[in-house]
Write a protein that binds this ligand. Structure first.
Ligand SMILES: [Mn+2]
Length: 289
């Protein structure tokens, strides 16, 4: 199988806890152990570490700039990639890079699986945590402070973004998304996630040439994925996500997969770590260890 470019981002600068994240390193090391036995998936790892100087905003701005250079290059050369980051603020760099790589006739569709809307700005966020803002940034509906953190000047079109699994949000976020007509599938309206995801992917695929999937691990039921920074009850069952990913894993339009918000300190007996590995093995169609 083709080599998958894997980007590990050792940052949780945008979250409420420690700014360093060892999430990507843990996954990389576990996968390396299995990969020697199974020889799959063939992941070529690139690690990105935040540089420790300046303000948090300045660090995140530089970090997302660097992230976007990787994904820009991979998307431009149609090279599939996996990105693992400590918190969802890195999605700004990951998907901005893909947006910048688009040729004139190409459009980009993003499926965002998350318990939260991540559509705050500094003006509306009660916590000021930047991991709650990447959707607003990707849409280009920011305040000045958030705009400064976003690399590039290409934004996602509202009609090409779908949020699924939402069950925790503030009124201002809902308003921002609603006024732009963004499709939101709330967690409590999902009965058959595989069918829901398949139909979302099919619809997006009709109007876009390049697609991406971003999975915030808090999308999943917290009893099955406790290792997240901001758990919310009543998530999607892990097995439902695995089954659903099997339906879309070989779509040539899907250039990248992001796994975000793994917070090892809250994990229980590596439950979340092992689930992430299962997601990666499933998505890249390898035998699960
Ligand atoms: Mn998120």
């Amino acid at each position: 199988m083709a080599v998958i470019q894997a980007l590990g981002i050792a940052s949780s600068l945008g979250g409420p806890h420690n700014p360093h994240s060892n999430a990507a390193e843990l996954i990389r090391d576990h996968l390396r152990y299995y990969a020697t036995e199974l020889k799959q998936p063939q992941l070529q790892w690139h690690m990105v570490y935040p540089k420790r100087n300046g303000t948090k905003d300045a660090e995140l701005q530089r970090l997302n700039q660097r992230i976007s250079q990787y994904t820009h290059y991979w998307a431009q050369s149609n090279t599939p990639f996996l990105a693992i980051d400590g918190d969802h603020s890195c999605a700004m760099g990951i998907w901005s890079g893909v947006l910048q790589s688009l040729k004139k006739d190409q459009r980009f569709g993003l499926i965002w699986l998350d318990a939260h809307m991540d559509a705050h700005t500094f003006c509306t966020s009660p916590t000021q945590n930047i991991h709650g803002m990447p959707i607003a940034a990707l849409l280009g509906t920011t305040d000045k402070q958030l705009a400064h953190l976003y690399p590039g000047n290409k934004f996602i079109k509202p009609e090409n973004l779908v949020l699924m699994g939402i069950r925790s949000f503030e009124a201002q976020e809902y308003k921002l998304l609603k006024t732009r007509g963004i499709k939101i599938i709330f967690s409590d309206s999902i009965n058959d996630f595989s069918q829901n995801l398949l139909s979302v992917a099919q619809q997006l695929s009709l109007k876009t040439e390049v697609m991406g999937i971003s999975i915030d691990m808090d999308f999943i039921e917290p009893l099955e994925a406790p290792g997240v920074a901001t758990p919310v009850a009543h998530g999607i069952k892990a097995q439902e996500l695995i089954n659903a990913l099997k339906l879309i894993r070989h779509w040539p339009k899907v250039v990248g997969l992001e796994l975000s918000e793994y917070y090892p300190q809250s994990d229980q007996k590596n439950k979340t770590l092992e689930l992430m590995e299962k997601i990666i093995f499933t998505f890249y169609n390898c035998k699960s260890p």
